[in-house]
Design a protein around this ligand. Structure first.
Ligand code: DP6
Length: 326
């Protein structure tokens, strides 16, 4: 068989209603549904080439060959694609992130979305958006939300076949901005995969899981109405609820730094002063500040005045994962 090659691009996403904790770790089925926006400035471009000439899988990420667990996670994903396509060939994977390496931003969502699309195409598969989202979910839960464009909901579902993300509104629906304040570039000590497993050890976890469905329904309705005054407090409440679970796990996980806490207080005082902006955090200390396009420059200006903020990266709503014709 001749070499088969494909390149795909995918955006990272920021969850407004978060995924934290699984009901099935093997299948990567989440404890609850989640809601997110793709980020147009945070992208991963991945090329996959299968060839009978390769003796082993080779993975190059941002110019460097990847080994050990990081490679194993990608090889396991290639194995899923090979099993689907009935293919034995080893692959060469070359992946580049648009955002600075080690900026403290998660790349697993864009990474596994781009890998799923590139690898499946290179293997000769034409998967539907739903099938791709399910495949991406196996690589990294949040990656399933980077397959559709714009704003997506990952439905927790009842089994593997109905746990995938679908678009609830296209990118043009609402020009929201995510102004990311980088306060630390240190690689996180407890990764998401480990964190998900610890979630059930928190006494707050059952309360969080029980409250998400209502919050998600309210957030989704506000998003469809472009009502940031309703959506914003729900985004903050959900992020704080997730971090409360993290901080009360056994052992506890503290992702927030003093600078993260300062940003929370600043955002609240800016809002009291009339600047409409809301915070959220993933499994790390960097704040994602959500505002309307008209307020972006002012939010950026205020962040640049804070010595704790090392870098600011701004994204709008991004498209879905797509194949690149080179
Ligand atoms: C805090 O999708 O990174 O960003 O499936 O282990 O790769 P794995 O987990 P991952 O978890 C995302 C956690 C989060 C919240 C979210 O994006 O919903």
């Amino acid at each position: 068989m001749s070499a088969q090659k494909a390149t795909a691009i995918a955006c990272a996403n920021i969850a407004f209603i978060k995924y934290w904790g699984q009901r099935d770790a093997e299948l990567n089925l989440p404890a609850n549904s989640s809601l997110s926006m793709n980020l147009d400035r945070l992208t991963t471009v991945t090329t996959v080439e299968f060839s009978p000439d390769y003796d082993d899988d080779l993975v190059i990420l941002d110019g460097r060959e990847v080994h050990h667990e990081a490679k194993q996670r990608i090889v396991a994903h290639l194995d899923r694609v090979r099993a689907m396509a009935g293919l034995q060939d080893k692959a060469k994977v070359v992946s580049e992130n648009s955002f600075p390496v080690g900026a403290g931003l998660a790349s697993s969502s864009s990474g596994f979305a781009a890998l799923s699309l590139a690898a499946s195409r290179a293997a000769g598969l034409e998967l539907s958006e739903r099938e791709l989202s399910i495949l991406a979910r196996f690589g990294s839960g949040s990656a399933c939300r980077s397959i559709p464009g714009g704003f997506s909901e990952w439905m927790a579902g009842t089994c593997s076949e109905d746990s995938f993300a679908k678009q609830i509104a296209p990118p043009e629906h609402w020009d929201l901005r995510d102004v990311i304040a980088i306060v630390s570039r240190v690689h996180k000590r407890v990764g998401s995969t480990e964190g998900h497993a610890l979630a059930p050890t928190s006494h707050l976890y059952p309360a969080r899981v029980a409250s998400v469905a209502d919050r998600l329904a309210e957030a989704k309705a506000a998003l469809l109405k472009k009502d940031l005054t309703t959506l914003g407090p729900l985004i903050e409440e959900d992020a704080v609820s997730m971090h409360a679970v993290m901080m009360t796990s056994r052992p506890p996980i503290y992702y927030w730094l003093p600078s993260s806490m300062r940003l929370i207080h600043e955002v609240r005082s800016w809002r009291a002063g009339g600047l409409e902006v809301y915070f959220t955090f993933d499994a790390g200390p960097n704040a994602h500040l959500i505002c309307q396009a008209a307020d972006q420059a002012e939010v950026e200006r205020r962040l640049e005045d804070m010595e704790e903020v090392l870098e600011v990266i701004v994204s709008g709503p991004g498209p879905g994962a797509r194949v690149m014709e080179l």
